[in-house]
Design a protein around this ligand. Sequence first.
Ligand SMILES: [Zn+2]
Length: 183
Amino acid sequence: MQPTNSDEARPLQCANCRSPRRPVKAVKLCAKCYYWTRRLIESNAKLDALTKLPKEQRGNSSVSLKFRIRVAQRALEELKWREEGLDANSSSAWKLRSLVCTLARDCGSTVEEESMREFEIIEPSARKIIYRALLEIIETLPHKWPSLHTGIRPDKNFRGSRGGWGDWQNEYWSRKDFSAPEP
Ligand SMILES: [Zn+2]
């Protein structure tokens, strides 16, 4: 009797984002998560090596390495958050709203509150279809880091980078202790 491997029968999913869309590239990760995980591992290794040096030889490199680590962690969290919205049960009105606000912000545009209220009355399966289409647009914006989602509606008086990396960095650098894992 031939041995069966149930793992082989199942399509492989990324260990971080569980994307049903992207194939696994390496070490059980999709290409997007693999890129950020590799950056995370490399930065952690450099930081580890740095901490083994005598204090006087370390300089300020640990500050930038900790920042790189946190950016990679945040990017991986964001990639995971996005894919969760593709599950019909998780395609909440809030998730769809967040994606619309993110897209409007990243395009330097705005969206009316009333337009988004109707997300609450449509079927989760319809939300999922809209969510997926918007996610594909957000993913192909020419950004270096994955756009961070926000539920804050950009308005005519303030477009800026609300809820994006700009806000994230302001919060990060305003903290005194860079060793803490948040924000
Ligand atoms: Zn992934």
